[in-house]
Design a protein around this ligand. Sequence first.
Ligand code: AHG
Ligand code: MN
Ligand code: MN
Ligand code: MN
Length: 347
Amino acid sequence: HAADAHRTDLMTITRYVLNEQSRHPESRGDFTILLNHIVLGCKFVCSAVNKACGSSKTHRSCRGDKCSGKLSTCVSIKGEEQKKLDVLSNEVFIKALVSSGRTCILVSEEDEEATIVEPSRRGRYCVVFDPLDGSSNIDCGVSIGTIFGIYMMKDDHEPNLDDVLQPGKNMLAAGYCMYGSSCTLVLSTGAGVNGFTLDPSLGEFILTHPDIKIPKKGKIYSVNEGNAKNWDGPTAKYVEKCKYPKDGSSAKSLRYIGSMVADVHRTLLYGGIFLYPADKKSPSGKLRVLYEVFPMSFLMEQAGGQAFTGKQRALDLVPKKIHERSPIFLGSYDDVEEIKALYAAEE
Ligand code: AHG
Ligand code: MN
Ligand code: MN
Ligand code: MN
């Protein structure tokens, strides 16, 4: 029985990546070590998210008087000052990545400046990440996540911003971890996409979604429609088509969580399209190129979908600043093809 074999022959994320690396005899396990440190960060955030107190003011993990009853302000580690969950997550990832000894430059959504790793702890990987994505959903217990992308330095020069200001297609790997009803880590090292679910009793991510492929066309669109009055023509036309299709097809359903990780995860598994377009108020959209747009676009392409900025393939973008933003349309191949046609017609 295949299912039985699976239950006893556990494919952990470490085992999976080691297997993959063994196809490259020159690799020395550095990537596996790096990934293990990212996984540690994800496990920490997962446990912090689950431990935090929600609405109960008498929860054991809160220090009585300081508990506001709000999850984002309530996570404490023995004796330490209470920190907001996003600040705490950032610290955990920075420390885990630096201590891996495999990184040289880190870019986090939470830090204005990039972190250049001190020479004694340097390795060749550059990591860009959003330690806690979906922050508006923290306090109500809705899914949030961590997003990451990994580049490799070409030689051992002094690390600088140009090492991360590279098009997304140069990424070596990308992924996200979703802290939802279960904790799911989705990863691509450039040879397809795989999903791993944390088994809390083992403390291990186990391969549960091998070789994820996004449906060629979907029935769901996902966008913050509250911004509709400021949209440009093609975006407005596309969403209109989703609701009132003129070709006899049925209307799409709308699903929007407001956590990119959760919205993209659903899009990847069920198909459809996720949009964070430009609008009159935010001419570059909202989402950040390096640690939101690129990793998710990398995963989409690896799963057989597409990612488009309104002008070009998202992974061809060359960012000039580490916190640069871009509009993004990503998801099922055919659905993205439609929005591409609308933008092409505009020109
Ligand atoms: P973050 O919590 O890291 O700042 O990112 C929030 C992002 C992203 O998760 C989501 O897709 C988007 O903000 C939602 O924005 P709107 O509230 O404007 O829809
Ligand atoms: Mn984010
Ligand atoms: Mn964030
Ligand atoms: Mn933020």
